[in-house]
Design a protein around this ligand. Structure first.
Ligand SMILES: Nc1nc2c(c(=O)[nH]1)N[C@H]1C(S)=C(S)[C@@H](COP(=O)(O)OP(=O)(O)OC[C@H]3O[C@@H](n4cnc5c(=O)[nH]c(N)nc54)[C@H](O)[C@@H]3O)O[C@H]1N2
Ligand SMILES: Nc1nc2c(c(=O)[nH]1)N[C@H]1C(S)=C(S)[C@@H](COP(=O)(O)OP(=O)(O)OC[C@H]3O[C@@H](n4cnc5c(=O)[nH]c(N)nc54)[C@H](O)[C@@H]3O)O[C@H]1N2
Ligand code: SF4
Ligand SMILES: [Mo]
Length: 742
């Protein structure tokens, strides 16, 4: 007899954390749909969430950990045995070379498993290695650094669902569900907002899905967002459209900002960004004056990848602040915590603090630790650079350096040169194919789930996080497949700690951004030899100081929006804190941007096109690209080009081309796309094979990271290289080259 159950669960592929319904037939996940009874999502999901059955039942999923054999092939290994061997090798490396020789990299798939990043971090602290890296510093590290320089507004964000304007710079939340428009069914939120009269302003070289809905779509040359936002600020200041009351009470640095942006006249910005003067003026005017409830500015990856990501984020905060677009006393708190501790939102500033320059010093490019973490773009150098402190072992948790890091060839050399590479991955990812050990973990529906992480991200950047007192908990919905030997990631680290005789201090929230504003002390769980916790028990610890008890949340299996009447309080009478919009370091960098010779850069005939980033609706970075259900028979990432640009090169959709940057080249498959500027090509990142597998471009796609050098143009604080607006040329592959690829 078959047994079928349908129960609520949580998709955690992206930070939206949609409440779903999961159907299980005889222990096998067969169907995932939206949950109409979920009050937040009301039945919403995306194609990735609905593919969770295929993701779980993927024939290439690892059901056993793997060990690399002397001949380079892989053989299954018992997870306990693998942990023994890894612990021994780590102990030996630490004894011989010191703790800094061991580094850890946490990628995007830490997100689905709340204790996993925290235990990985506790393990690194226990071995006393500072070398803890995450994908954050190859993403938008400027967000947290800029917040440190600007200060935080303790009243929180203006609700998107009430605002009459909003500005989005280089982000496409209809697809990415990441920022600005709430990620919980963004299409629905945007439709409602537009129906209400919202005028959306989108700055994007591509008519993205989001840009197509905008009242004003500025379609500039890529990489000019700093100039554009500076120009908008300048116009608003010149036209006296600032919120002077807010500025007087809460802000310092206005004169300095006004002086620094003054050269960014509409005419100058128009020429530099190649946009109509009037459009810039209209956008600035609209943003400053439209409607009764002004909205905010949010930037995404596209705008952050220009090598001035910190400055761009800082200017976005300045624009929000000069217009006073923060929640005020008496207004509702947009994101009151539910599975996080309660806090008091106040209509006042939290003053600026140190954003970088402390902690661990990297041995390259003068980079240091930052509030966004250590610069991941320099980790390959730390592995390759010999001498005191050289990194010799790397543990990758839910990340894929070979697919996602800049400079793929350098990354390859680094991975190959390691004494020990361990990945925790659900498949033989590009990076796992170079690993000594691949630890096979349990997957989403085999582990308990909660929405705490989706709440936490509001501390990372404005415009993110669930915009309501919403929470959900879901138990394990399936057992791992029969005969499988799978570990929960956090238990792998506990297993290492036990074998290495370490005591770990597990802290329920990271310090930095989040920890700074917690009114209650973090929960600390001491883990050692005697620790015998289940994940469920650890969740209870993690939520020990939550506003709503975890039990209460769990008693509403479809999730619940709790009735919390949180209102922003008046500022403290003795508050002297101010937001700073005149940070000297940032304004000096703005002057340097102004001094750039953009005419010469633009007339480089060797690289006439600019390659920009964009996300794929069906995949989360490199995850899922091999699944037929998601790739619809197209497992590669095309080189999207305007049809006229394609014609001019004598090319057609489907043709093989070579995309060359000053740094390297990749094969690619051209595809017409009239949403782009003529001088821009767009490609999804995190595709492609190893550098030796160019002939598999139709099966694996192309690795954009290979075109990106790490040490030439990069954000001076975060080390984030220029991952968009990459100068390139596109040429047809010669008959010979195509033959070789056949
Ligand atoms: N050129 C260029 N480079 C970029 C970007 C860009 O736009 N352009 N974007 C950058 C950004 S924003 C980011 S966040 C990084 C992403 O960088 P990474 O996080 O390093 O890359 P992902 O592809 O997300 O890696 C996810 C890995 O998790 C594995 N995985 C899938 N499911 C599970 C699971 O349940 N458990 C475990 N343990 N593993 C799982 C996948 O197989 C894959 O190997 O890339 C950055 N790099
Ligand atoms: N479906 C899906 N969702 C995802 C992911 C995924 O891979 N797939 N990845 C997740 C991750 S890790 C992240 S960090 C977020 C990122 O979320 P977003 O930042 O929203 O990323 P994208 O969707 O790539 O949107 C970036 C936009 O920037 C534009 N752009 C590129 N270069 C420039 C430029 O120089 N200036 C300006 N103004 N625009 C530019 C691109 O055309 C694109 O429309 O998405 C998350 N969500
Ligand atoms: S939007 Fe994100 S969380 Fe929701 S179903 Fe899609 S991938 Fe899953
Ligand atoms: Mo990201």
């Amino acid at each position: 007899m078959t047994e079928t159950t349908t129960r609520p669960g949580i998709c955690r592929i992206c930070s939206a954390h949609c409440g779903v319904l999961a159907t299980v037939v005889d222990g096998r996940l067969t169907k995932v749909t939206g949950d109409p009874d979920n009050p937040m999502f009301k039945g919403y999901t995306c194609s990735k969430g609905r593919a969770l059955p295929e993701i779980h039942n993927n024939p290439s999923r690892l059901l056993h950990s793997q060990k690399r054999q002397p001949d380079g092939t892989y053989a299954p290994i018992d997870a306990e045995q693998a942990t023994d061997e890894i612990a021994d090798r780590l102990k030996h490396l630490i004894e011989t070379y010191g703790p800094r020789s061991v580094a850890l990299y946490l990628g995007t798939n830490g997100l689905p498993y709340p204790p996993s990043p925290l235990t990985a971090n506790a393990f690194m602290r226990a071995i006393e290695s500072p070398m803890f890296f995450t994908a954050n510093t190859i993403d938008q590290p400027g967000k947290q650094i800029a917040l440190a320089l600007h200060g935080h507004w303790l009243g929180g964000d203006v609700p998107f669902n009430e605002a009459d304007t909003w500005m989005l710079v280089g982000t496409n939340p209809l697809v990415s569900k990441s920022i600005g428009i709430p990620g919980q069914n963004p299409g629905q939120s945007l439709r409602a907002a537009i129906a209400r009269g919202m005028n959306l302003i989108v700055i994007d070289p591509r008519r993205s899905q989001t840009a197509a809905r905008a009242a004003i779509h500025i379609q500039p040359r890529p990489g000019e967002d700093v100039a554009i936002v500076a120009g908008i600020i300048n116009f608003i200041i010149r036209e006296n459209l600032c919120d002077t009351g807010f500025l007087t009470e809460n802000v310092v640095g206005f004169e300095e900002l006004a002086a620094a942006v003054s050269p960014f006249s509409p005419e100058y910005v128009s020429e530099r960004a190649d946009i109509p003067v009037q459009q810039l003026i209209d956008a600035a005017h609209l943003f400053a004056t439209h409607g009764s409830r002004g909205g905010m500015v949010n930037a995404g990856t596209g705008a952050n990848f220009s090598a001035h990501g910190t400055l761009l984020e800082y200017l976005c905060l300045c624009l929000t602040t000069i217009c006073g677009r923060w929640q005020r006393a008496g207004e509702r708190v947009l994101r009151p915590n539910t599975l996080m501790p309660a806090y008091t939102a106040k209509a006042q500033a939290h003053p600026p603090y140190e954003g970088w320059g402390y902690g661990e010093q990297l041995r390259v490019r003068g980079l240091t630790d930052t509030v966004a973490g250590l610069p991941t773009a320099a980790l390959a150098d730390e592995i390759l650079l010999e001498g005191e402190g050289q990194v010799r072992a790397l543990i990758c948790v839910g990340g894929n350096p070979m697919a996602a890091w800049p400079d793929q060839r350098k990354t390859y050399r680094a991975m190959e040169s390691l004494d020990l590479l361990v990945t925790l991955d659900t498949e033989m990812s590009l990076t796992s194919r170079l690993a000594d050990y691949v630890i096979a973990p349990m997957m989403q529906m085999e582990t308990p789930a909660m929405t705490q992480g989706s709440e936490l991200i509001k501390y990372y950047a404005g415009g993110t996080g669930i915009p309501a007192a919403y929470a959900q908990y879901a138990p394990r919905l399936i057992d791992p497949p029969e005969g499988a030997d799978l570990v929960e990631e956090w238990k792998f680290f506990l297993g290492l700690a036990k074998r290495m005789n370490l005591q770990m201090f597990f802290v329920n929230f990271f310090g930095g951004g989040g920890g700074r504003f917690m009114e209650s002390a973090p929960v600390v769980v001491t883990m050692d030899k005697n620790t015998n916790l289940t994940t469920e028990e650890l969740f209870v610890e993690m939520c020990a100081n939550s506003r709503i008890p975890l039990d209460d949340v769990a008693s509403h299996p479809h999730g619940r929006i709790f009735d919390i009447d949180a209102v922003v309080q008046e500022r403290d009478p003795d508050c002297t804190a101010r937001l700073d919009i005149g940070n000297p370091r940032m304004l000096t960098e703005l002057t340097e941007v102004l001094a750039e010779d953009f005419h010469t850069a633009r007339s480089d005939t060797a690289y006439p096109l600019r390659l920009i980033s964009r996300r794929h609706g069906s995949f989360m970075n490199s995850s899922g690209t091999g699944l037929a259900k998601l790739n619809g028979g197209k497992p590669y990432n095309p080189a999207y080009m305007h049809p006229n640009a394609l014609n001019a090169l004598g090319l057609q959709s489907g043709d093989l081309v070579t995309v060359t940057s000053p740094h390297d080249y990749i094969p690619a498959i051209a595809e017409a796309d009239d949403s782009l500027r003529h001088d821009v090509i767009a490609m999804h990142h995190a595709f492609g094979g190893l550098p030796s597998e160019d002939d598999e471009v139709r099966e694996r796609g192309s690795n954009v990271g290979r075109l990106v050098p790490t040490a030439i143009e990069y954000d001076p604080i975060s080390g984030l290289p220029r991952q968009s607006n990459i100068p390139v040329n596109v040429t047809a592959r010669t008959v010979e080259e195509v033959d070789n690829l056949a």
